[in-house]
Design a protein around this ligand. Sequence first.
Ligand code: AMP
Ligand code: MG
Length: 364
Amino acid sequence: MKLNFKSVFCFALAALLAVTALMPACLSENTYTKFSRRALDIFDTEITLMGYARTQEEFDRAFDDTMALLRRFDQVFDAYNAYEDLNNLYYVNRHAAEAPVEIPEELFALISWCKEQWSRGLRSTNIAMGAVLSIWHTYREAGLANPEAAQLPPMEDLLAASKHTDFDQVILDAEKQTVFFADPQITLDVGAVAKGWAADAVLPYLKEHMPSFLISLGGNVYAGDAPLDGRANWAVGVEDPRPDENGGGLMYRDIVDVHDLTVVTSGDYWRYYVVDGQRYHHIIDPETLFPSTKMISVTIICESSTLADFLSTTLFVLSPKDGLKLIDSMEGVEALWMLTDGTQQASCGMAQYLRSLKNAGGAV
Ligand code: AMP
Ligand code: MG
């Protein structure tokens, strides 16, 4: 496991969740207890489920079922590994230019949803940018494996790849549930949205099996109904993207209080490598073909985790000004930006969730 800010944050989040787990639960009908468990082998991140159940066995069953669902989604959305008898993203990227490939419904739903956003003109998150993203992936993996020899991808390679990123060349057939690449060099990478989509997809199961829960997939958190310990909300930490520069101790810049909402963060500190002392992270601006440097992190709060995940990547690429304009045009979506100068910017409705704004009298 790579030791970077992401893993440190995951550890800190787990610690926060563990602390809340220790709080005495004022049990609904005195029958529920709060449990918490983690999985480290899915979506290349740490997944934590905290929730209420009548017994440990009941919680374990719900946890195992949820992880089984997530494991399946992880395989379906995996662009780097093949699995037997599964037309996953890896398979699609290799064969969809030869002939239409029939794909699992989860993959079809996610690609279609992303294509709708593209058609609406939201193009900063472009899952058809796989050709460019895989170059960065290769150089980042090589750089992490051998930091002394870390290199940047040559611009001419990135430019050549960027000619094969037109989502309109990805042809979907809803009736046959197939995908076809009209451009033989196009490939898909759903890393910007897969965890959010997966979080939404396990909600029906979790809502049916637990009176209240909180699930965290790396930077994607979904907080269900209010906890049963009397609090009105779950507390979710908004991590400090630069804890070392700010004294090292504090892992959180702020806390949001939410229920029945998702909290999703994109940041430059989750996945990166270093070349000549400079960090190069994993969110690529389609305009420059380089990691976007307009901010340090952005956090989205709304009901849909898929939308939040999509928007967190989108806003990370847009300027804070354009991002705010976009958020203001959307109903029920709020955002918090951590800017490069150390200051924050928040959309208006963020004040109802963010502790620092509530404490400053900004609550609505
Ligand atoms: P997130 O952490 O949700 O912002 O997603 C980051 C991941 O999305 C990266 O690891 C890439 O796999 C992918 N990605 C990076 N930049 C883009 C982009 N501009 N459009 C679509 N996917 C991207
Ligand atoms: Mg995202």
